[in-house]
Design a protein around this ligand. Structure first.
Ligand code: GDP
Ligand code: MG
Length: 441
């Protein structure tokens, strides 16, 4: 035993000389990035303490790329901090689930309610929206406009001032109509006020939601923890949605919201439009927090699995940023083959979570094949154009006829193309690393 201890001590002191300096430097550097990304000071400190416990100084002493080892450990630690340990309640189709949205005014509740409804509607659900915001003038009009645009049934009132009454009436009505998902939008205030929390408590008690979602603006900075905690104390928050991730904020407040509510982030909002809404994917989110860019993991993966001779062409296409239908076709081919490039693409946030959800690989493959059949009926001009206006009604009809699919399906395929083009365009101007540069950190 004595031997073990003295050996351990010796290793420790060796490590102190050799690598504690690197570790500290690296931790400080990354902590600065995290604070700039609005991660709460306390969480950054906790992370530092944990990393010091976890990182094996022996590995550091022996490892060639110390920074890489430390960064990987921090990456994993942050992923863990975003995982509250249990999944959130997931509504089931056919169960008339009630989902209540809470958050301060301007956080994006009303917008996100519609996005959430639309997301489920696209999957064949029958959602409905209830406007229980009687505080802000124009709140009902806003919800009504959104709902009408998406053809989603809604309920609200210009006259009634009692949010509890409206919420209950709306929920009852849509339960009778057997809606799959009943979404209750609530009011907010500019500040965290007692009256707001009391109102949330009453609406929640009266409507008995299956899930309460806390909506947080990614740019609120260090205020996130207090805000999330205040809502959690009045209602049973079970999930978090972070909005405005298309802006400059990196969304470090999400870590605080998870810590304060012990609930996972389930979606992020990436724009004002209905379809600018993504299933939350922890790894790209953490990359962004660390200032590694959304694509650093992706670049590593390219280097790891794509044969050397194919890398330049792929990277060239990526850096040009023009995602044509032909490129989509080629990437679909790669994915179906599940060759190296297919593996890379299947780990892209938009490709994996939406196009090929886990556990639905068979359906996803069938869908991709269907899309490719339709693309087989396209002209070269259509395949090589990056002008979205080119695809007019008559072209869409011709493609539908030519491929024996419904017009609706062609439109769905083009929507998918637009979504992927948006992901792809984020890589425009990407610096193409020279040989050997990619793994250097
Ligand atoms: P509420 O007061 O919480 O209901 O917030 P709203 O839904 O009315 O949204 C406030 C503002 O934020 C509106 O101008 C929305 O268009 C905008 N907004 C909401 N979500 C997003 C997002 O993900 N990205 C961007 N850029 N704007 C958003
Ligand atoms: Mg609102």
């Amino acid at each position: 035993l004595g031997g073990t201890i003295s050996r351990a001590l010796q290793q420790m002191s060796n490590a102190t000389i050799i690598d504690e300096k690197v570790l500290n430097e690296c931790l400080n550097e990354i902590s600065r990035a995290l604070l700039q990304s609005d991660v709460q000071f306390k969480l950054v400190r906790d992370m530092q303490t944990n990393i010091k416990k976890i990182v094996n100084l022996d590995d550091l002493a022996a490892g060639h790329n110390k920074r890489k080892i430390i960064q990987q450990a921090i990456f994993n630690e942050l992923c863990k901090m975003l995982d509250p340990g249990k999944p959130s309640f997931t509504p089931k189709k056919g169960k008339s689930c009630v989902v209540m949205f809470v958050g301060l005014q301007g956080s994006g509740k009303t917008t996100t309610c519609t996005k959430y409804a639309y997301y489920h509607q696209k999957k064949g659900w029958k959602p409905a929206l209830v406007c229980a915001d009687t505080f802000r003038a124009g709140a009902f009009d806003q919800l009504k406009q959104n709902a009408t645009k998406a053809k989603i049934p809604f309920y609200g009132s210009y006259m009634e001032s009692d949010p509890v009454k409206i919420a209950v009436e709306g929920v009852e009505r849509f339960k009778k109509e057997n809606c799959d998902l009943i979404i209750v939008d609530t009011s907010g205030r500019h500040k965290q006020e007692a009256a707001l929390f009391e109102e949330m408590r009453q609406v929640s008690e009266a409507t008995k939601p299956d899930l309460v979602i806390f909506v947080m603006d990614s740019s609120i900075g260090q205020a996130a923890f207090d805000q999330a905690q205040a809502f959690k104390q009045s209602v049973a928050v079970g999930a978090v949605i972070v909005t405005k991730m298309d802006g400059h904020a990196k969304g470090g407040g999400a870590l605080s919201a998870v810590a304060a509510t012990k609930s996972p982030v389930i979606f992020i909002g990436t724009g004002e439009h209905m379809d600018e809404f993504e299933v939350f994917d922890v790894k790209p989110f953490v990359s962004r927090l660390l200032g590694m860019g959304d694509w650093s993991g992706f670049m590593d993966k390219i280097q790891e699995v794509v044969p050397m001779d194919q890398q330049p062409e792929l990277l060239q296409k990526l850096s040009e940023g023009n995602f044509t239908l032909r490129i989509m076709y080629e990437q679909f081919q790669n994915i179906l083959k599940m060759g190296p490039i297919g593996q890379v693409f299947s780990m892209l946030p938009g490709f994996s979570a939406e196009l090929m959800p886990k556990g639905h690989e068979k359906e996803s493959q069938a869908k991709i094949k269907r899309y490719m059949t339709m693309m087989d009926s396209m002209t070269n001009e259509e395949l090589d154009s990056s002008n979205p206006k080119l695809m007019n009604d008559s072209r869409i009809m011709r493609i539908a006829r030519g491929s024996g699919r419904a017009v609706r399906e062609v439109m769905e395929m083009l929507e998918e193309y637009k979504r992927l083009a948006k992901i792809w365009s984020k890589m425009k101007g990407l610096k193409i690393p020279k040989k050997g540069e990619m793994s250097a950190l």
